[in-house]
Design a protein around this ligand. Sequence first.
Ligand code: NCD
Ligand code: ZN
Length: 343
Amino acid sequence: MKTLTLIKPDDWHIHIRNGAVLKTVLPHTAKQFARAIIMPNLKPPVTTVAQALAYRDEILQALPLRSSFTPLMTLYLTAQTAVSEIKKAADSEYIHAFKMYPAGATTNSDAGVANISGIYPLLAALEKNDLPLLIHGEVTDPNCDIFDRERQFVDSTLTKITNNFPNLRIVLEHVTTTEAVDFVINAGSNMAATITPQHLLYNRNALLAGGLRPHYYCLPILKRESHRQSLIKAATSGNPKFFLGTDSAPHLTHTKENACGCAGCYSAHAAIELYAEAFEHAEALDKLEGFASFYGADFYRLPRNTDTISLTKTSWRVPLYYGDEANNITPLKAGEEINWKIL
Ligand code: NCD
Ligand code: ZN
């Protein structure tokens, strides 16, 4: 049987929510990953160190017994964030970054930033305190075509940020376009990007061809095939600027199978297996370990993990849902086969 052994990976972008959903989803991530960057877009958002520490406690309480999983906390940047809070976050061993959502760009982003130049003092404080800024890179102009929102953001806003704050460490989250990939490649070593499994495995046909399939709807939205090819090339290139971030974003099934369905794909149940499929298909399984287990840790200046996980080439069928019947989450590839399995 074909086996693949890797240094235990980390997930550099995940939504695990709180309350009952947290209890359903956390064991999936804790089984596969040593650490994960926890997104702060709860309702209300996690905007202070005190809130992040309380959220961290809730996560630790929800962990399976004997799990050694470590949540890496982030704060949600708003126009009201105090420079003193940035300093406090930099001094905390538990806070690893700030997340910036353009206001209204995605799920729970109402408190996000409407005017980027209005928060320049905060970006200056992040740069000075050497705390990474994690960016949801899409413009929110309702006149901008949804398939162009990332490209527009890169051209306008991101270029402005990097010109004004050349030493700010930035992760452009969940990149989905050739333009974003090229921008990251050409930027300095203080700029990196995460890539999700769904953007490596699917193009927009998965969402729209032959019927509307809400479980493939996430933001940034799936793009055309040429962009997927660029992402595969970046992820399997061995360039340390690109690393694993699932953006696993659980929503209850009925809120996605809905006249106005929520954005977010749930992938934590099979994250590393999904990446293994994508890398195998690109004949680049030898590049998976760097992408999944090394480059993110290096960028965040954390030690690389030392224990390992193993995957075997065995197919298994993904359940139709996780959680209880009334409050369930439909995972990516629900009811389909995946041909790698974590031991
Ligand atoms: C995320 C969510 O549901 O919190 N949704 C998504 O489509 N990716 C938010 C985000 O990361 O954009
Ligand atoms: Zn996300």
